[in-house]
Design a protein around this ligand. Structure first.
Ligand SMILES: C[S@@+](CC[C@H](N)C(=O)[O-])C[C@H]1O[C@@H](n2cnc3c(N)ncnc32)[C@H](O)[C@@H]1O
Length: 333
């Protein structure tokens, strides 16, 4: 699939004056306060990550990520009459999901929202450089600051697992959707997937950082100051990752929130078993050390294993074992 022609840009809304400013360098005292306050932790952790987030997760706004975003949408929502007129993204981060969906022809105009001011700032900057008609504001998914019946589509990627009360957030999603409007959330960790991903990540991080401590690999070691700042902010990771999901339970939560036509889908099993160690290595060493061959290897192996997952393993492995959960539903008309 190719990118649809971009919408002509219109004047983009800056982060409103009332929105707090990004705080990318949390102090030790702030980190300690955040250990007891999950929403403060979300803001500090994601403000800290915002400016480097696209690099860290290899996020781009070209065909590779457009295909990925559109593929996730189609996998769970199926064939839909496109484009939606007005879409909202919750927990937009740098805008990865909505901006790429818009480029892929899923929605005409968009609003990006996130609890982290730093993320909203980067998402709006990305939208502006793509000339997409997008506005944005700092917003908590549990209390969405938009009128009832405003949007035709609400999307999110890797956000539900950060929200304390997921059912409340989905009630808010249904409130701001127009009757018959749809939501699509993707990139949520399943409970079993999260278990093996964490163990693989931990073992890979330990092994890689031990090897790079050896003098022969000294130039493969990230500067100590960077590693220290990573560990300080990464201490918050345990506080910001609140949930993992069983796909059937996720369907029950969406139905309890009032959605109809609810359907969960899962994907990535062997792809996740390889993907998590690869991503951890990328994070543990300086970016320039790995180069294009590594990136090509990562993409080719991910595509191959995704094919194996879809064509073979999906028929024999229970859906809860796959790493990624996606969910869709509709606001009753
Ligand atoms: C893992 S990041 C995903 C970002 C982006 N959607 C992506 O896939 O690249 C999760 C995002 O959710 C945001 N977030 C966490 N809790 C939130 C909440 N209660 N309301 C809105 N956004 C939230 C975080 O600030 C962060 O930007």
């Amino acid at each position: 699939m190719t990118a649809s022609p971009k919408e002509p840009g219109r004047r983009l809304a800056a982060v409103p004056d009332l929105d707090p400013a990004p705080n990318p360098h949390a102090t030790q005292a702030e980190v300690e306060a955040a250990l007891k306050d999950t929403k403060l932790a979300q803001v500090l952790y994601h403000d800290w990550e915002a400016e480097t987030y696209d690099d860290k997760w290899h996020i781009s706004y070209d065909e590779r990520c457009i295909d990925y975003a559109r593929g996730r949408f189609d996998a769970v929502a199926g064939e839909q009459p496109l484009p939606y007129e007005r879409a909202l993204e919750l927990g937009c981060g740098t805008g990865f999901f909505l901006l790429n969906l818009m480029q892929g022809g899923v929605a005409k105009t968009g609003s990006v929202t996130d609890l982290s001011p730093g993320m909203v700032k980067v998402a709006l900057r990305n939208a502006e450089s793509l000339a997409l008609p997008v506005d944005g504001r700092v917003a908590d998914a549990e209390t969405i600051p938009y009128e009832d019946n405003t949007f035709d589509l609400v999307v999110g990627h890797a956000v539900l697992h950060h929200i304390p009360d997921v059912e409340q957030a989905l009630r808010e999603v249904l409130r701001v959707l127009k009757p018959g409007g749809r939501f699509v959330f993707a990139g949520e960790p399943t409970t079993i997937g999260d278990f093996y991903a964490r163990w693989l990540g931990r073992i890979t991080w330990e092994t890689t950082t031990r090897i790079t401590r050896l003098s022969a690999f000294a130039d493969w070691r990230r500067p100590q100051a960077e590693l220290d700042e990573s560990s300080r902010a990464a201490a918050l990771e345990a506080v910001v990752d609140l949930h993992t999901f069983d796909p059937t339970d996720l369907e029950k939560i969406a139905t309890a929130a009032g959605a109809v036509e609810v359907h969960a889908h899962t994907e990535e099993f062997s792809a996740a078993l390889l993907g998590w160690p690869l991503r951890t290595i990328e994070y543990a060493v300086p970016a320039e050390k790995l180069g294009w061959n590594w990136a090509r290897f990562g993409l080719t192996s991910w595509k191959t294993l995704t094919w194996v997952d879809e064509k073979v393993l999906r028929h024999v492995v229970p859906r809860g074992f796959f790493y990624n959960a996606l969910i869709t539903g509709v606001k009753p008309s």
